[in-house]
Design a protein around this ligand. Structure first.
Ligand code: 9MR
Length: 480
């Protein structure tokens, strides 16, 4: 039987293309909460990277589940694989919550990033207050690593084996592991994980190592020494919990120096927090920060992917840890995409339809053969709006008795300023208050009684009223 990991690699590039095609079809019918344009996971796959999100057990259904599945192709359990969740009593495992996340990932063809095996935090009481001898503690650690990696063998692609081993000054963190076992606990945990699942990619993960500084230098020296000793270390995870406007300018160079050691790198817990309330200026800066991070990863061939630490402000860890701060993720608290979402999409190569400054001189590739053909048309106009932008989804139904072959939908938006930034399933241009949407070659035909859907993203200011009327090939349509 194929494991998911085997299946994905067996599918290879054509499999990714097939899945992308399937996702593109599905995107015509996804609920309005979904962001417009090509999903991030498909864009990422086309670039050879993954796009991940942290997800907690209570986020697998409803809006959060559907957005996660549509947009991301890697999942990191937010808490459910941590020691206190998995082994709350010594030797008794509680796999249920993590298993649910893995099942969700498999059902939606997503990779799983295992997080984490050995960390100073979220340890069960029996472990922290057990006063174990050094020998017993070592055996406990090896058994836990072995049992957990074995349980998820073939299901977890990347493991954060050791999490946050360093202090800011580059010394080893004074925790249970280092204090009793010395720094060799890191090599021993990696070796045990490798023995349990030789196919998993094993990482050390930390924060504040994104720029070149004392802490990242320490991580660099550790990885270099582990490689020299032949310890199974495959990668370094850069958590990337950033403050607005403070992505280190040498992040890419730093990723590259680790890659040059012969390990993979990944951005594992990206968010960009700001002082609340957010405003348009802060959200634009945040989008710029997300763009920087995406480009830094994409600029390093060994950077395997980017994971956001939660995709929505509704469940982000930030406000409870940093009172007064938040809005750190690409979706707002109402699960609407923010400029940071568009920034990720654009960095991953998402197409943008910019209105031409002069009207196009070339005729449409498929001239209408049944003009006007708009008789009996009906338009549904749905809009998701935030303070500076909106997503419009438009469905045109041909209520006439003849097929439409080639279509142009026109409308006006009478007040305010809207600028189309991106369109899908149609070419959308704006001139003054007038909008024109024309078919692409594949959706030129609308059969009698049939419909077609397209959409666009736009910025707005002033006011953004819904259009009062539409024409299809010059004939007025009803609007609902
Ligand atoms: O997102 C996690 C949050 O729900 C937990 O309360 C918190 C407890 O420490 O851990 C959060 O995740 C952390 C991750 O495991 C390691 N890097 C820092 C993350 C944010 O605190």
């Amino acid at each position: 039987m194929f494991s998911k990991r085997t299946l994905r690699s067996a599918l290879g590039g054509s499999g990714v293309a097939l899945l992308a095609a399937a996702a593109a079809v599905v995107s015509l019918t996804i609920p309005s909460a979904q962001a417009a344009g090509t999903p991030l996971r498909d864009l990422a796959a086309a670039k050879g990277v993954y796009m991940g999100t942290a997800l907690m057990q209570n986020e697998l259904t409803g809006t959060s589940g559907s957005i996660a599945a549509a947009q991301f192709d890697s999942v990191t359990p937010g808490n459910e694989m941590k020691w206190e969740s998995v082994e709350p009593t010594r030797g008794t495992y509680n796999w249920g919550p993590a298993d649910q996340i893995v099942a969700f990932a498999q059902a939606h063809d997503m990779q799983v990033r295992g997080h984490n095996l050995v960390w100073h935090s979220q340890l069960p009481n029996w472990l922290t207050s057990g006063s174990f001898s050094n020998g017993d503690l070592h055996a406990i650690m090896i058994k836990h690593v072995t049992d957990e990696v074995t349980h998820f063998k073939g299901e977890v692609v990347h493991w954060d084996v050791v999490n946050e081993p360093f202090n800011e000054d580059g010394t080893f963190r004074s925790d249970l592991w280092y204090n009793q076992l010395g720094s060799s606990y890191i090599a021993d945990a990696l070796t045990a994980a490798h023995a349990a699942d030789p196919g998993a990619k094993l990482y050390i993960n930390d924060y504040n190592i994104e720029g070149q500084n004392a802490k990242s230098n320490a991580m660099y020296n550790l990885v270099k020494s582990l490689k020299a000793q032949g310890v199974p270390i495959d990668g370094v995870g850069f958590q990337a919990h950033f403050i607005l406007g403070q992505v280190p300018s040498d992040f890419k160079a730093n990723l590259q120096r680790f890659a040059d050691l012969g390990v993979d790198v990944a951005v594992t817990e990206l968010d960009v927090r700001m002082q609340l309330p957010s405003d348009a200026t802060k959200l634009q800066q945040q989008a710029a920060d997300y763009t920087t991070v995406m480009n830094d990863c994409l600029g390093v061939s060994r950077c395997k992917g980017v994971t956001v630490w939660g995709f929505t402000d509704a469940t982000s860890w930030v406000p409870s840890t940093f009172p007064g701060q938040g809005a750190a993720t690409p979706y707002d608290e109402n699960y609407q995409p923010k400029p940071a979402y568009t920034a990720i999409q654009t960095a991953l190569g998402g197409t943008t339809t910019t209105p031409p400054t002069t009207p196009p001189t070339t005729p449409p590739t498929t001239p209408p053969t049944t003009p006007p053909g708009g008789s009996g048309c009906a338009v549904t106009y749905g809009v998701n709006q935030w303070n500076t932008g909106f997503t419009a989804n438009i469905t045109v139904r041909n209520g006439g008795s003849a097929a439409v072959d080639g279509w142009t939908l026109k409308w006006t938006q009478s007040s305010g300023t809207q600028t189309v930034t991106q369109a899908w399933n149609a070419t959308v241009t704006r001139s003054g208050t007038g909008y024109t949407a024309t078919n692409l070659s594949y959706n030129a035909a609308i059969p009698a009684g049939g419909s077609t859907s397209f959409g666009f993203n736009a910025d707005w200011s002033g006011a953004n009223p819904a259009p009062a009327g539409f024409t299809l090939n010059g004939a007025a349509c009803s609007v609902s």
